[in-house]
Design a protein around this ligand. Structure first.
Ligand SMILES: NC(=O)c1ccc[n+]([C@@H]2O[C@H](COP(=O)([O-])OP(=O)(O)OC[C@H]3O[C@@H](n4cnc5c(N)ncnc54)[C@H](OP(=O)(O)O)[C@@H]3O)[C@@H](O)[C@H]2O)c1
Length: 265
C-alpha cells in the first residue's frame, strides 16, 4: 500500500459536513482524543448539537456555517480558520446522495444532476483548493477526500452520483502524486453503505452496512497510517474493484445483480 509522508494527524482537524452522519462521527472520534476541531456544515441546529457533544467529549471546537458550493465563502471561511490556528488535517466530507441521488429510469433531471456534481465534486474542490497553497508552503498537512465505492463502478441506479465520486477519487489520486514532494499527504476514502441519514433514505436494503462510528474509526486509522486509499467493507470493495477487470458484459451483469439485490423501488 502506498504511503504519503505528512506528519501525524494531530493538532487541528477541519471537517466539512460535520453536522450529520460520517462527519459527525469523525468529529466525535477526534473530540474524544481531545483534538482541536473546526466543524463546518449548513444546518445551525444539527451542527450546534454535534459541537456540544464534541465539547462534552473533551474536544476544543469551533463551528462555521458554510455551503461548500459557495467558492468565495468557503475560501474566506477556511482562510479565517487557518489564520486562527494552522489546520493539520482537512477532511472534505460534505456530500449529497442517498434517495436524492437515485435516478429515474429515464436518467437524472438536470437540476438534480447539477446539484450532485456541484456539491460532491465542485464543493470538494472549493474545500481543498484554498488550503493547498498553505499546506505546500508549510510543507505539512493531510488532505482526506470522502469518495465512495460508487466511484469505482458506475451504479445503474445512480450514474451521476457514481461519476461525482469517481471524479473525487481520480482527483485525489493526481493530488496525492502532485503533493508528495511537498510532504503533504492525501487519503482517499471509498466506503460502501454506512449507517447514516443519507443511506437510511434509500428505499432499498443496504448490504454489509457499516455502523457510522465503525466507519469513522476506519477512516481515522487510515489517516493515522497515511494510507493512500481505504475501501470498505471488503466484500463490496472487492466486487467494485473486480468490475474494472471483467469483460464489460460480465461486469454489467454483476453490478446490476448486486445492486438490484435489495432494490425495493
Ligand atoms: N452513508 C453512506 O452509505 C455513504 C457511502 C459512501 C460515501 N458516503 C459519503 O460520505 C459523506 C458523508 O455522508 P453521510 O452519509 O454522512 O451523509 P449525511 O448524514 O447526509 O451528511 C451529509 C453532510 O454533508 C453536509 N452537506 C451536504 N450538502 C452540503 C453543502 N452544499 N454545503 C455544506 N455541507 C453540505 C450536510 O450538512 P447540513 O446537514 O448541515 O446541510 C451533512 O453534514 C458524503 O460525501 C457521502 O457521499 C456516504
Amino acid at each position: 500500500m502506498q504511503r504519503a509522508c505528512s506528519p501525524a494527524p494531530d493538532g487541528h482537524i477541519l471537517i466539512t459536513g460535520a453536522s450529520s452522519g460520517l462527519g459527525a462521527a469523525l468529529a466525535e472520534y477526534y473530540a474524544a482524543r481531545h483534538m482541536q476541531l473546526s466543524l463546518l456544515g449548513r444546518d445551525r441546529s444539527r451542527l450546534g448539537s454535534v459541537a456540544a457533544s464534541c465539547t462534552s467529549l473533551g474536544g476544543r471546537v469551533t463551528t462555521d456555517l458554510c455551503d461548500v458550493r459557495d467558492a468565495e465563502a468557503m475560501g474566506a471561511t477556511l482562510a479565517a480558520i487557518d489564520d486562527r490556528a494552522a489546520v493539520t488535517v482537512l477532511i472534505a466530507n460534505a456530500g449529497i446522495g442517498g434517495n436524492a441521488a437515485l435516478s429515474p429510469a429515464t436518467g437524472e433531471l438536470r437540476e438534480a444532476a447539477h446539484d450532485l456534481v456541484e456539491t460532491n465534486f465542485l464543493g470538494l474542490i472549493n474545500t481543498v483548493s484554498p488550503m493547498l497553497p498553505r499546506f505546500v508552503k508549510r510543507r505539512f498537512g493531510h488532505v482526506v477526500l470522502i469518495s465512495s465505492l460508487a466511484g469505482y463502478s458506475g451504479l445503474p441506479q445512480a450514474p451521476i452520483y457514481s461519476a461525482s465520486k469517481a471524479a473525487v477519487r481520480i482527483y485525489g489520486q493526481g493530488l496525492r502524486r502532485m503533493l508528495r514532494p511537498a510532504g503533504v499527504g492525501v487519503t482517499i476514502v471509498c466506503p460502501g453503505f454506512i449507517d447514516t441519514p443519507m443511506s437510511a433514505s434509500l428505499p432499498m436494503s443496504r448490504p454489509f452496512l457499516v455502523p457510522r462510528d465503525e466507519a469513522a474509526r476506519r477512516v481515522a486509522k487510515a489517516i493515522e497510517r497515511r494510507a493512500a486509499e481505504v475501501a470498505f467493507p471488503w466484500p463490496l470493495a472487492l466486487a467494485s474493484r473486480l468490475d474494472r477487470w471483467l469483460p464489460h458484459a460480465v461486469g454489467d451483469r454483476l453490478m446490476s445483480a448486486l445492486t438490484s439485490l435489495g432494490d425495493r423501488r
